[in-house]
Design a binder for this molecule. Structure first.
Ligand SMILES: *Cc1c(COP(=O)(O)O)cnc(C)c1O
Length: 381
């Protein structure tokens, strides 16, 4: 028998309470019994997003939300700025180009966070940039970008929208949508929100809604103005993903019970324990600064293929973590501590890494990393 542990940065494990709710017979999305559920979910998402703005619920993966964040607020030829510090930053650039936007890109070396001055300088140089796109947590490198400071900078420009991909950042990081001036923030169900894949969430500020009215990018499925109208009546434009939305309602209840502050503190502690334990056995973190609390990316030791570590973890020990993406493939492996994650998920991950590395010939003293993790996880706060 090989017991399975899902410790990837999406999909992530789903709590049994949520699974049970989703196992209930399907209800009809236009029937009256769905309306109060949708209403509660809409309110719950506002709480999670720390916003008074609308938060749309879309039936798609996170990338669908990203696409909608581009083609609903901009028009072909409009100038935008993307921060590309990894696989998902690259995706912002690709989507913007797909819709014919005039893209300026800040290329950030993988493993580093964008320097706010870079965005500041780009906007000073070209104040006609109409949107700034960034990740909160860049999942491919395990780096957190300073959303708060970036929000302050973009906020100085009346006609510029600040758009954040928080697909893996939501729940793991304290992201204050309204306070930090985030106009559009995208989330996804299968990361911190503790659900299966299939939903995207997008918050939209009043400033962004005004701009949406002038956008002439082609759109049909992701038509946010139409969705907004429908969702105000607790309906979706097309068939609602009823089971996922019912699951989302339960997941938000669990997060509410814990309290936002505690949710963020838990992620910070799990991330801290993971990072320190890896360093204790001589491993280097891929994030050279500003590490994400969602996922830890670890550099594979000299002479050992990162994909081999990831495969050994999965095939020999039943632990599904993640390898590297794009140009980091083979160079790193990644462990998530995101969503339905607690102390013993970190213990499992760290122990399995020790065993896998020893297996692959890396010299280490078993138990050293896990002891460091235990010390941190036993600490207060
Ligand atoms: C997972 C992820 C995405 C893509 O989400 P899909 O659900 O696979 O479409 C985008 N951005 C970030 C930061 C992610 O972690």
């Amino acid at each position: 028998m090989l017991k399975r542990y899902l410790l990837a940065p999406g999909p992530t494990p789903v709590p049994p309470e949520v699974l049970l709710k989703m196992a209930m017979p399907i209800i009809h999305h236009r029937a009256p019994d769905f309306i109060p559920v949708f209403e509660e979910v809409r309110e719950g998402l506002k709480w999670l997003y720390q916003t008074e703005n609308d938060v749309l619920i879309l039936c798609s993966t996170g990338t669908g939300g990203m696409v909608g964040a581009v083609n609903n607020f901009f028009s072909p030829g409009e100038k935008v700025l993307t921060v590309n510090g990894g696989k998902f930053g690259e995706r912002w650039t690709e989507i913007c180009k797909t819709y014919g936007l005039d893209v300026r890109e800040i290329e950030v070396e993988w493993g580093y966070a964008v320097k706010p001055e870079q965005v500041e300088d780009a906007l000073k140089k070209e104040p006609d940039i109409k949107g700034v796109f960034v990740q909160a947590s860049e999942t491919s490198t395990g780096v957190y970008h300073d959303v708060k400071t970036l929000g302050e900078i973009v906020g100085r420009y009346e006609d510029t929208l600040f758009i954040v991909d928080a697909i893996s950042g939501l729940v793991a990081h304290d992201l204050k949508t309204d306070e930090w001036g985030i106009d559009v923030m995208v989330g996804g169900s299968q990361k911190g929100v503790m659900l299966p894949p299939g939903l995207a969430f997008v918050s939209v500020s009043e400033k962004a809604w005004k701009k949406a009215e002038k956008s002439n990018c082609p759109k049909f499925y992701f038509d946010f103005l139409k969705e907004r109208k429908k969702q105000k009546d607790n309906q979706t434009n097309f068939t609602s993903a009823v089971s996922l939305i019912i699951g989302l309602n339960e997941a938000i209840k669990l997060l509410k019970k814990e309290g936002l502050k505690n949710v963020f503190a838990r992620h910070e502690k799990l991330a801290h324990a993971t990072r320190e334990s890896m360093k204790a056995i001589g491993l280097e973190l891929f994030a050279k600064e500003s590490p994400s609390n969602s996922v830890t990316a670890i550099v594979a030791p000299e002479g050992i293929d990162g994909q081999k570590i990831y495969k050994t973890l999965r095939e020999k020990y039943g632990v599904t973590a993640a390898g590297g993406q794009g140009k980091a493939k083979g160079k790193i492996f990644r462990i998530a501590h995101l969503g339905y994650a607690d102390v013993f998920d970190v213990i499992v991950a760290v122990t399995a890494v020790e065993m896998a590395l020893k297996n692959l010939g890396y010299p280490l003293q078993l138990g050293k990393a896990v002891a460091v993790a235990e010390e941190i996880l036993m600490g207060e706060g």
